[in-house]
Design a protein around this ligand. Structure first.
Ligand code: ATP
Ligand code: MG
Length: 573
């Protein structure tokens, strides 16, 4: 390809709406253009990257025995009513109606459609197991589309669905997909971790996420380098035992109420009493579906809403309004506590180990000190309700865990019979008995993976693509396109490198050298060959690797082999 023929409208300025580096660079380097919030056009350079990611995904899905299909984006309401998700999906679903007033969704995911397809044509255990996949646009009216391709409202996903006769079969399909996912992200050339993920209402250890490590990631990963434990913060298990064994033998002091004017937070109370925040109880009031509930944490701990929601099994979980709290407890935020509290109290396991601590007195401007769980209040339940934090002991091996940020690029999930029961997807087993199919689903955010790759591969000058997904492998830059001898050598090289099977961009534009070098760096081509007068006088060209500072002079007869070897070495995972 010649740069003069390539549509890559680069920008000098960093677009103001772009907060993260992948969004900035994808706009600046002319990969994408915004159409509306969270909806983008992919320009030619982006298409080349997306095709490569999709190719790797296809090869690994096919190798794992999955079969490619393409399902409709427009999906009838009736299917979603069968699964119960027409209403449960809520505002994130784009909805439309046809000229007859029939309602449809723009597919945010395809469990309903795929289950319907398989149910229609698969009737016997002999037809199972089966894994189907597709690569397609998905539509989700995200509450906060942001970070460019990271959280779009229209985005490209690979979604796969497995159908098995029983749970053991599902375990095998899941394991196949897990291994395929590892190969995919290894081959793409990204630093990632597979972590335990929350599986919501279905529960159990039924879900893993693939996280590309990047500081701009929206997710937090808790990990242990000693034993390879890794979990999404939402899911990471906290170490406190729920029993009081080993509880401190400190003498319990008498409960005392003290005036605390102006104290609104755990920190205020800590400052006033001169005790650490870990010696206070943090009291939160939530509205769970229709019911007000009270949640207790050690003062220095954070609530994990996912854990609370899973414990309660509720649909809606929001912080209670202060007016509701006041009518229930007689005090406002900042003075709340568990003593004489009529609400159902759910306490984090760590609270059980507290002795002689402080908390609100359910009276504005007053707190209790020397509060002791068990004596002064008895929670309805103790559970693991807090966020794990760096330094906590690893739930597997006990060494301190770390925390880092990640971008979720893949998610694999054991669905079990959730959809097959709701949609009555059955088969006849060996004895002719009707059984529900056992399902799994497996997603990769293809467009998000491109953005995540940029998050992980960039420097002050632009992108630095990993070889397996770079839009071009080599760029040839004649220093002065007006000079016939330079253009002649550049054209010959272009020809030879393409014949050697490489993907080459020839910058044949009549631009200043500086502009051409800047553009080559911005779009991040891993290998650049500069054809200039000094080198040519000696029969040489300059070889410059995007990720290295120094360039190297190479004799013309050696350059093709040299470049080919470099490319091949970097294509290996
Ligand atoms: P998230 O928690 O980021 O919203 P999700 O759990 O809703 O993701 P899935 O339904 O599991 O995502 O979708 C499979 C994959 O699709 C995700 O792992 C992610 O890579 C990608 N994906 C999900 N939502 C978006 C989006 N709004 N924009 C781009 N990619 C997305
Ligand atoms: Mg989502």
């Amino acid at each position: 390809m010649r740069s003069s023929q390539l549509f890559f409208p680069t920008l000098r300025e960093v677009p103001s709406e772009a907060e993260v580096v992948s969004h900035q660079l994808l706009l600046r380097a002319g990969f994408i253009r915004k159409s509306s919030g969270g909806i983008y056009t992919y320009l030619p350079l982006a298409m080349r990257v997306l095709h490569k990611i999709q190719q790797i995904v296809r090869e690994e899905m096919d190798a794992a025995g999955a079969q490619e299909i393409l399902m409709p984006i427009v999906q009838p309401k009736e299917l979603w009513e069968k699964s119960g998700r027409w209403s449960a999906y809520g505002d994130e679903m784009f909805r439309l109606s046809d000229r007859h007033g029939r309602e449809f969704s723009l597919g945010p995911t395809h469990e309903e459609v795929v289950t319907d397809v398989v149910d229609g044509d698969v009737h016997s255990y002999r037809d199972l197991p089966m894994i189907l996949y597709q690569i397609q646009n998905k539509y989700r009216d995200e509450i906060r589309p942001r970070f460019g391709l990271m959280r779009g409202r229209e985005f490209i996903m690979k979604d796969a669905y497995s159908f098995d006769t029983d749970a053991e079969g599902l375990d095998q399909s899941y394991e196949k997909m897990r291994q395929a996912y590892c190969r995919i992200f290894d081959r793409i050339g990204l630093k990632y971790r597979m972590v335990d993920a929350d599986s919501g209402a279905i529960g159990g250890n039924n879900s893993n996420e693939f996280m590309v490590l990047a500081s701009s990631g929206e997710d937090t990963i808790i990990y242990c380098d000693q034993c390879h434990y890794g979990a999404n913060l939402e899911k990471a298990v906290c170490p406190e035992s729920p029993t009081v064994e080993g509880k401190s033998t400190t003498k319990l002091l008498e409960l005392e109420k003290i005036a605390t004017p102006g104290v609104k937070t755990v920190k205020d109370l800590s400052d006033l009493l001169g005790h650490p925040e870990s010696d206070q109880i943090k009291t939160l009031i939530y509205l769970a579906d229709e019911e007000l509930i009270c949640v207790l944490l050690r003062g220095d701990h954070e609530l994990n809403e996912t854990k609370l929601k899973n414990l309660l099994g509720c649909n809606l979980l929001v912080m209670a309004a202060e007016s509701d709290v006041r009518s229930a407890l007689g005090a406002g935020f900042g003075s709340l506590g568990p003593v004489n509290n009529p609400l159902k109290i759910y306490a984090d396991n760590a609270v059980q180990h507290l002795v002689n601590v402080g908390c609100g007195a359910n009276e504005d401007g007053f707190h209790f000190i020397h509060v002791n769980p068990g004596r002064d209040f008895v929670p309805y339940a103790y559970a693991d309700l807090r966020n794990a934090a760096p330094g906590d002991p690893c739930p597997c091996c006990g060494r301190p865990v770390g925390a880092m940020r990640g971008v979720e690029v893949g998610h694999i999930f054991k669905l079990g019979e959730k959809y097959s029961r709701a949609m009555n997807a059955t088969y006849l087993d060996q004895s002719g008995k009707v059984q529900y199919m056992v399902m799994g689903c497996y997603g990769i955010g293809v467009s998000r993976t491109m953005a995540a790759a940029v998050e992980q591969n960039n420097d002050a000058h632009g992108m630095t693509w990993p070889m397996p997904i770079t839009p071009f492998q080599v760029i040839i830059v004649p220093v002065n396109a007006k000079k016939a001898d330079q253009m002649e050598v550049a054209e010959q090289l272009y020809h030879d490198l393409e014949n050697a099977g490489l993907e080459v961009l020839l910058d044949d534009r009549d631009e200043r050298t500086g502009v051409k070098f800047k553009d080559a760096d911005l779009i991040g081509i891993p290998i650049r060959i500069n054809v200039g007068p000094k080198g040519l006088a000696l029969g040489q060209v300059e070889l410059k690797l995007r990720r290295e500072e120094e360039a190297e002079m190479i004799a013309l007869p050696d350059i093709v082999t040299k470049v080919k070897n470099l490319v091949e070495a970097q294509l290996k995972p």
